[in-house]
Design a protein. Sequence first.
Length: 685
Amino acid sequence: MQIYGKIQCVTYKELVGGGILSESNYYKYVRNNKISLLQRGGNGRKVLIDYRSLPESVRRAYDDKYSATHSQIKEQLMATVVRSDDSARIFYRDHRLSNGKPLSKEQQAEYLLNAQVMNEMVKTEQSARALHNQCGYPSLPEIWGIVLGTCEKLRQTYSHTLPLSNGRLRQKYNAYKKESYGVLISRKCGNQNTRKVGSSEARLLLKLKRSRMPVYTDAQIFDEFNRQAGECGFKELKSPNSVRNFLYDPSVMPLWYGAVHGELEWKKKFSHLLKTELPATRDALWYGDGTKLNLYYRDEHNKMRTISVYEVMDAYSETLLGYDIAPTEGFECQYRAYRMAVETSKARPYEIVTDNQSGHKKLAAQGLFKKIAHLYKPTAPYNASGKTIESAFGRFQQQIQHKLWYFTGQNITAKKPNSHPDLEFIEANINQLPTLEELKKKYADLRREWNEGAHPTTGISRTDMYDMSENPLSTPVTELDMIEIFWLKSPKPVTYTNSGLKISIGKQTYEYEVYDESKVRDEKFALSNIGRPFYVMYDPYDMGMVGLWQETASGLRLEGYATTKMSIHRATQERTKEENILLREQLESNKRTRAVMQLKLESFDIEEMIAAEYYGLTTPKPKGISQKDMDAYRKEYERGRIAAPVDIPQVEITDKAGDAPQSLGEYQKAVSNATTDELSFWERS
């Protein structure tokens, strides 16, 4: 069998030589026009007979004998490759589903291939139908068989996704010939028939999902929606999947996620995250943050306890520079951690970043951060992901602290089973827990292990990485810098009196005095400043000496340093030899100061002609000082061997215009605020 033009033919040799017809019967069929000759033999040509013209009995006999040949002819009519269809490509690229979204790239490729296979099936049908019509014997089942064969042949080659069922494939094929590309798109793709959620229905579903009173589960939302559907004129949903498909669509989730999980969770899921790069040198950026220490300890009552720790970390090397362990993350805790960090680094960082915790605000108010670093910035509130130290804390817990059996576990939000403590084991061994002091020593060892461990990026130890780096913009810290940075200022000025200066810090009161080289009160300072308020600058680590700063128009000015006030026992038998010497020297200093001031002011009164003696009166002498001692002091004073601690001040007095009341109202207000001597002055004037 072969194809002549587009006609299926058999040869004389196949019919007569194959024993299907005798030679006489063959010529009889030809003479009676019962078979149709398409080509006569001779000159090298074969006799070709139209296969469709053969009588039914002859055709069946031929098919039985040459069944394989017949199948080969059918396969010749079947397509073996698909041809490109740019129209289909454009259609699926520009197509929009009922929800307004385009087809995915995978869907476009799938539907384009199916359309190209359908095109080949249509061409195969047209060729087979034309061949049958020419022969005058059209067979629709056989034509469909060839078309179906084309589909399956191309399935093996291209793995298209047209239906496997004969009936469904034929239905899809007939629809394709009428409606073209659109029928190949699955109804499940964005088709509202699968979700049955329109604009009004969407509002109801969102309302139920966002509801806080009561709170609905997804299954309850499905039931409640269908209950209200009749009242609102909606069609009921057939499946809870319709609710989930709608609510958990990425374009819908932002509308209810915050109401269900909280705005911060919404922020974590939907707010844009910036890509940032860590510093390239040490001391470019320090992070400070507090957290639970994550290790249990045993208190004095044999109870299991936890405590907090505040850490300062170099962002470049992840080196832990300074820390402090305290029950709460307060001002004092943070102060000690930063002081240790500066002492460890021996340099100032360029920038410090912290959170907005209250202790940080107090440190900022003290100006400490600005003294330490060139730049201070708090992170945005509730933005833990913006701090590298949070990630370092997590790895410190996982890699270092996790080895200890009394590890408290990581944050309560951690989901891994090994991120939580074995409380049953810990409670059974409370007596073996470390004390607080033992815990502090152990934590120092853990920090050392972390700092000596390999940095995840460079592979060298964090300490070496920090020590080998140089930052041209950081400055070394001197001893004077430490005083300027870490000495704290009293929140309010403290008045200096004849008993010295008292200041309360926390719950403890400290007393100070200004002494001279002989360890007695500095009389010059005392007589110049009794009654004057000072801001006290102190070192919390060493309260033995404080600085006294006077507030002036140009700012604070250092007036001197005071040391801890010395105490002397009242009982003679309890006083030491040094105390007796100090007592005698201080009493002598008091007498000498009184005497010299008396002599100085007597001279002033005489010079100004206001002395009592000018009026026939007597100036009283200092009590407790004998005449003999006064005469001795007078000789020393006149010879210039002793002098008054204070002299007549050489200062300018500025008389400000407008100090007096200008109106009745101002006068009455001033009178109500005036002292007796001021009131007398206004009345005289």
